[in-house]
Design a protein around this ligand. Structure first.
Ligand SMILES: NC(=O)C1=CN([C@@H]2O[C@H](COP(=O)(O)OP(=O)(O)OC[C@H]3O[C@@H](n4cnc5c(N)ncnc54)[C@H](O)[C@@H]3O)[C@@H](O)[C@H]2O)C=CC1
Ligand SMILES: O=C(O)[C@H]1O[C@H](OP(=O)(O)OP(=O)(O)OC[C@H]2O[C@@H](n3ccc(=O)[nH]c3=O)[C@H](O)[C@@H]2O)[C@H](O)[C@@H](O)[C@@H]1O
Length: 460
């Protein structure tokens, strides 16, 4: 059995960076090199100041401190890393297509294909190629075809090893995964990857399947998780009109061990780079096999999520006497969830866009997201000019500056620090009546009502 000595990973993003760091941390005798075309990103991974890492994840700095320079390296020299490695992870982005056939639904595989072509062109020895990115089922077939037809006669084994980490808890998810999934055809290649994970993951948690089950399971896992959020969010609207409380309903149903208590927190809507993208991908695959009922079923998870985001924005407008024009609305949080600086598909972007259409002034504070990123997110929508976004939106460095003189506060991310603020002091500095719209259900309703806030929380 061949023991892996050198690993390369193409793509130093939210998955490639943390995943490879932990693999290196736990496999001291394996040299791990993470490569990326993005020079600034690699420079940030190599930065001596660990506060400058390109990905913010609790605990990641300690892992990097331990492994970087020992057996973990970050580089822009993709060819060299490919050439030297026995095993190559592909962890590049697979966004939703924005053009051509499948636009708005299918996964854009151009980055994956580029990696395959580069591996094929450069490799001079046998490689195990591991799909770490989330991919449509049967992508391995395409990869194999590119590698075998343009390669230098070397042997490529393809494995699927989707990643299940969640952002904000990436390091603990990687240290202690519910399961590791490996799909493949070649027993030796599978065993080589099993050995890498066995350095810290108990063998019974490493599942091996055929390639197609592994690729599909990743899309299905995300679809089921997102479906739970949309299901509870659908119930949150029903709670608001019936007098039920969605947290109480979630607790009551979650105690049923068949239902389970996790992922039942009603919110302003799910975000993140993957849930929507992966469901759209699943829908596209189902449609391409003419499975209309299956596609329609999963598409509803996204429709409900869109509804939840716009419903929250509408609630703010209606409650504030049907106009927010010129009113100052403080946003606490911009990231798609707490403990990450990632803003991709964050509900905050869409809620802000809706309010800006009504000419509200939005003042944003997020502990980890930069002003540059926030403007980039809004400009990307193309709803209004960059100039108008800067006229209507201010990004501030402290929550004090966001809430001072505000007509309303909207909670868009569940950062823990928001709970500990001096809400009496906040109230004193706000316009009256002072509204709070809690899109994350993190504040103490009784306390806020006692302080005289007009408090709205989803699902109550
Ligand atoms: N973000 C997450 O929490 C999770 C993401 N995934 C999946 O993992 C994959 C990667 O996601 P992220 O890490 O979030 O993406 P990302 O966008 O943060 O990172 C991808 C990186 O790949 C680089 N890249 C693209 N093409 C390249 C090439 N030809 N050569 C070298 N570098 C190249 C990009 O410059 C970028 O830095 C996606 O398929 C995603 O669906 C899976 C589980 C969790
Ligand atoms: O493929 C991926 O990218 C990853 O997608 C999700 O991870 P992530 O998006 O990082 O974060 P989650 O904790 O799943 O949250 C997703 C969104 O749902 C929201 N959410 C989650 C749970 C909940 O009960 N309610 C709720 O509104 C979160 O606030 C967030 O906006 C999955 O949980 C990971 O297993 C998967 O690897």
């Amino acid at each position: 059995m061949k023991k892996i000595k050198k690993i390369a990973c193409i793509g130093a993003g939210y998955v490639g960076g943390p995943t490879m760091s932990v693999i290196a941390q736990k496999n001291v005798d394996v040299e791990v090199t993470v490569v990326d075309l993005n020079v600034a990103r690699i420079a940030a991974w190599n930065d001596g100041d660990l506060n400058h890492l390109p990905v913010y994840e609790p605990g990641l700095d300690d892992v990097i401190k331990e492994a970087r320079g020992r057996n973990l390296f970050f580089s822009t020299d993709v060819d060299k890393a490919i050439k030297e490695a026995d095993m190559i992870f592909i962890s590049v982005n697979t966004p939703t297509k924005t053009y051509g056939k499948g636009k708005g639904q299918a996964a854009d595989l151009k980055f994956i294909e580029l990696c395959a072509r580069q591996i094929a062109a450069v490799a001079t020895s046998d490689k195990i190629v591991v799909e770490k990115s989330t991919l449509p089922v049967r992508t391995a077939e395409a990869l194999k075809s590119i590698l075998d037809n343009t390669g230098n006669g070397v042997n490529f084994d393809i494995l699927s090893n989707p990643e299940f980490l969640a952002e904000g808890t990436a390091v603990s998810d990687l240290h202690n995964p519910d399961r590791v999934l490996i799909g493949g055809e070649d027993a030796e290649a599978i065993e080589a990857l099993v050995q890498v994970y066995e350095a810290w993951v108990p063998r019974e948690r490493i599942l091996t399947t055929n390639l197609w089950s592994s690729e599909l399971s990743k899309l299905v896992a995300n679809a089921f998780l997102a479906q739970r959020v949309s299901s509870i969010n659908a119930i949150s609207e029903l709670c608001e009109v019936t007098g039920a409380n969605v947290d109480e309903v979630a607790r009551a149903i979650g105690q049923d061990s068949r239902i389970g208590s996790k992922f039942l927190k009603a919110s302003v809507g799910f975000g993140g780079s993957c849930f929507q993208k992966d469901i759209l991908n699943l829908v596209y695959i189902a449609r391409s096999y003419n499975l209309t009922a299956v596609a329609d079923y999963w598409e509803q998870v996204i429709s409900l999520n869109d509804h939840q985001k716009s419903r929250f924005a509408e609630k703010i407008i209606q409650t504030m006497y049907n106009t927010v024009n010129g009113k100052q609305i403080a946003f606490l949080g911009w990231a798609f969830k707490k403990d990450t600086n990632d803003t991709r598909e964050s509900a905050a972007i869409y809620v802000a866009d809706h309010l800006l259409d009504e000419e509200a002034t939005v003042i944003i504070y997020d502990p980890k997201v930069s002003a540059e990123q926030i403007y980039k997110d809004l400009d990307y929508l193309g709803t209004r000019s960059a100039e108008d976004n800067r006229r209507l939106v201010k990004v501030v460095e402290s929550h004090h500056d966001a809430v001072k003189g505000a007509h309303a506060i909207a909670i868009l991310t569940e950062w823990d620090e928001f709970k500990g603020y001096d809400w009496q002091q906040i109230k004193n500095g706000m316009k009256k009546p002072s509204f709070v719209f809690d899109g994350r259900k993190i504040l103490n309703k009784k306390q806020l009502v006692n302080l005289g806030f007009d408090y709205y929380s989803i699902g109550e």
